[in-house]
Design a protein around this ligand. Structure first.
Ligand code: NAD
Length: 334
């Protein structure tokens, strides 16, 4: 099978492509316009692999997108390209609306016309989205499931919610054979240094203060990126068309828990340094900051037999180790 994957030079996309090329015989066409969040070197290993093709194309450019489809004739699409950082969406919402909404619209229209022209039967369009579309769970024990109404809080989550609605509408109106997954906070190797885990690790390694928004009690469900990409491939291969699957890591932690866990790992690795927790500094909260997200992945585990392999402690340990061993990767991005 030949897959067209958008956003393959980003954090999740590059882990997904690495997993697919190492574990399946699929071919991959990576469509990415290389924003600040991309790193082409994350996939350098596959530069000369005859199963890997790279197209530097912006998904907002419908003409170039159509050309990529005609040239490569993909058999399914996995759509990850997006502007993904909530803080940036508050400062610069325009880009988020362009890529996440108009870009997704271009991609589903191009895919629909391509499927119709070639009369393709088994094509699948897998749209990768976020649990943030459901909004704030507040305190309590409830979890997001696939029927939770959308109630996004930030320009980022609102633009992703819009893209989910577009994909579902194209499914209902034009029979676009879609699958949607909404996942929780990912962490692991190759995550851009602006996100909580890499930022904390890198700042602590540099002996710089570690900023935490508000009181640090915001809760997220942390999902190790390898577990996520395995779930994505499972959904693409075995998921039911026109269905949505939530993907969570079964690890509800506060931001403060996350930072403390990283610091404790660093304290063990560098016992002679002072306690890294002393670097923590509480800063003004993000506007509109949601208190809690937590995901019910029962549908995925029951119907497709998926469970995360990594627990929070083992995942954080691996992530800290990876950033210590791969300074050359993140030094250029900071
Ligand atoms: P990322 O920001 O690390 O990577 C995004 C990639 O998309 C980059 O390589 C970038 O160059 C590319 N891109 C951006 N705009 C583009 C455009 N107009 N045309 C072509 N390429 C473009 O993002 P990520 O963390 O890997 O997230 C991937 C997907 O997963 C996104 O759709 C995001 O909303 C979703 N998601 C991420 C998380 C998370 O914790 N990282 C959680 C839930 C959902």
């Amino acid at each position: 099978m030949k897959l067209l994957i958008t956003g393959g030079c980003g954090f999740i996309g590059s882990n997904l492509i690495r997993y697919i090329l190492n574990n399946t015989d699929y071919k991959v066409v990576n469509v990415d316009c290389l924003t600040y969040a991309a790193d082409i070197n994350s996939l350098k290993l596959f530069e000369n692999d005859e199963r890997y093709f790279f197209e530097e194309v912006d998904i907002c450019d419908a003409v170039k997108l159509k050309h990529v489809f005609t040239k490569h004739e993909p058999e399914s699409v996995m759509h990850l390209a997006a502007e993904s950082h909530v803080d940036r969406s508050i400062d610069e919402p325009d880009k988020f609306l362009q890529t996440n909404i108009i870009g997704t619209y271009n991609l589903i229209e191009t895919t629909r016309n391509y499927i119709d022209t070639l009369r393709l039967k088994n094509f699948r369009f897998h749209h990768i989205s976020t649990d943030e579309v459901y909004g704030d769970l507040g305190s309590g024990n409830t979890l997001f499931n696939e029927n939770t109404p959308y109630n996004p809080s930030s320009p980022y989550s609102a633009s992703k919610a819009c893209s989910d609605h577009l994909v579902r509408a194209w499914g209902r109106t034009y029979k676009l054979p879609y699958l949607i997954t909404n996942c929780s906070n990912n962490y692991g190797p190759y995550q851009f240094p602006e996100k909580l885990m890499p930022k904390t690790i890198i700042r602590a390694l540099n002996n710089e203060t570690i900023p935490i928004y508000g009181d640090g009690n915001q809760i997220r469900d942390w999902l190790y990126v390898y577990d996520h990409v395995k779930a994505l491939v499972k959904v693409l291969e075995e998921g039911e068309i026109f269905q949505t699957y939530n993907i969570g890591g079964l690890n509800e932690k506060t931001n403060l828990d996350v930072v403390n866990e990283i610091c404790q790992n660093l304290n063990q690795i560098f016992p002679k340094n002072k306690d890294h927790r002393n670097l923590i500094k509480f800063v003004s909260d993000r506007p509109g900051h949601d208190l809690r997200y937590a995901v019910d992945s029962k549908k995925l585990s029951k119907n497709l037999n998926w469970m995360p392999d990594e627990d929070f402690k083992s995942g954080v340990k691996k992530t800290v180790g990876w950033y210590i061993e791969n300074k050359d990767w993140w030094k250029n991005l900071c």
